[in-house]
Design a protein around this ligand. Structure first.
Ligand SMILES: NC(=O)C1=CN([C@@H]2O[C@H](COP(=O)(O)OP(=O)(O)OC[C@H]3O[C@@H](n4cnc5c(N)ncnc54)[C@H](OP(=O)(O)O)[C@@H]3O)[C@@H](O)[C@H]2O)C=CC1
Ligand SMILES: CC(C)(CO)C(=O)C(=O)O
Length: 323
């Protein structure tokens, strides 16, 4: 299978390395030429936190280039799939320009982002595209421009993005999704097709909207959120506000959603959340597409969410990107 992977960071290098190792033709699209050169010269390494042996893909088995070359290459030689693994802020800005020339094409595009709002944006930008969502609990951390650590094994759900409310197509009848799923599983990613991927997006959004900003503000690993009652109280406030919004706009949530949040804190106790990692590295965070979307839904439905509003403002004040 020929795959274009845009965003050669933590998730992109993990997917690219493992999918290349099972014989797929991977074209990695990096932000700059420097990383692409390094990948081509030295190859790509995926390592693990347990005793598993690292995986090394020689540079000559990969194609890697700067994203500026993507559109010409795609038009000349279209891939089976375009996988997007940039952060939300990049997807909503630089990638709009990169992807806009595909407006009259019908690429198969799958998005791995946390947060929400990006699928609606892509649907408008690329009305002819076949859009898919992936929700994953895999965890990866970039170590260098050509090395990634697979920090947590999880599961991935792949679903169709339905352009219209009455679109009743099932992903189980979609041969392209079935083929992608086969390749993801062969590469070692436990993956499933799901017709409820939208509710999975919101299930993860709820978890990220509580854990990510609080760990980023207090600069603590996920597990330490559970170590004091005042921390848990603020978590609970964010939770209560979010589910009030979900109820107001008709998003279903699990009866044990609160227990899920606590369970994720325990299961990822030693993790630096992605938002804390962004803050520590001086990068923009994904707050606008996580808590910011809860805020937008609240405003549209007249629900008061003072804790989410405050947390968005605090986090937005931290978004000082290094030049
Ligand atoms: N990492 C994880 O374990 C998980 C991540 N996610 C989600 O996946 C998404 C990606 O996250 P993650 O991989 O961690 O993020 P990273 O920041 O590690 O990777 C993003 C990559 O995109 C690159 N990039 C920036 N601008 C461009 C551009 N214009 N063209 C091409 N590439 C560009 C970045 O390059 P540079 O570094 O040079 O800026 C970086 O290599 C996020 O939405 C995240 O929430 C979901 C589940 C798990
Ligand atoms: C689940 C969690 C909170 C794990 O760290 C995550 O998705 C993130 O850090 O973005």
């Amino acid at each position: 299978m020929k795959i274009d992977l845009i965003g050669a960071g933590s998730l992109g290098l993990l997917l690219g390395g493992k999918l290349a190792s099972t014989g797929n033709e991977i074209r990695l699209w990096c932000r700059g030429e420097l990383q692409a050169q390094e990948l081509k010269m030295k190859g790509l390494t995926v390592s693990y936190v347990d005793e598993r042996e690292s995986l090394w893909i020689p540079g000559e088995r990969l194609e890697a280039s700067a994203t500026t070359g993507f559109i010409d290459e795609y038009v000349q030689s279209p891939s089976d799939w375009v996988i997007l693994t940039v952060k939300q802020n990049v997807l909503h800005t630089e990638l709009v320009e990169t992807l806009a020339p595909l407006r009259n094409y019908k690429p198969h595009i799958i998005c791995f982002q946390n947060g929400s709002g990006h699928m609606e944006m892509l649907q408008e930008l690329l009305p002819e595209a076949h859009l898919y969502v992936a929700v994953t609990t895999e965890a990866a951390k970039v170590k260098s421009p050509r090395e990634v650590i697979h920090t947590g094994t999880g599961e991935t759900w792949v679903g169709l993005w339905h352009h219209r409310k009455n679109d009743k197509r099932s992903v189980n009848d979609d041969s392209e999704a079935i083929s992608l799923l086969t390749h993801l599983n062969a590469a070692g990613f436990l993956s499933h097709l799901s017709n409820e991927v939208e509710s999975k997006i919101y299930r993860k959004l709820l978890i990220n909207a509580i854990i990510n900003p609080l760990t980023a503000i207090w600069r603590i690993p996920n597990g330490e959120l559970l170590s004091s009652s005042s921390r848990m109280q603020l978590m609970r406030e964010l939770y209560e506000e979010a589910i009030t919004v979900f109820e107001a706009v008709g998003i279903e949530y699990d009866a044990n959603a609160w227990e899920n949040v606590l369970q994720v804190c325990q299961a990822t106790a030693g993790n630096t959340s992605s938002m804390l990692a962004d803050v520590l590295a001086g990068r923009a965070t994904e707050i606008r597409w996580i808590n910011g979307n809860i805020l937008d839904m609240a405003d549209r439905s007249g629900v008061a969410v003072p804790a989410h509003r405050w947390i968005c403002r605090v986090m937005e004040g931290m978004n000082v990107e290094k030049g």
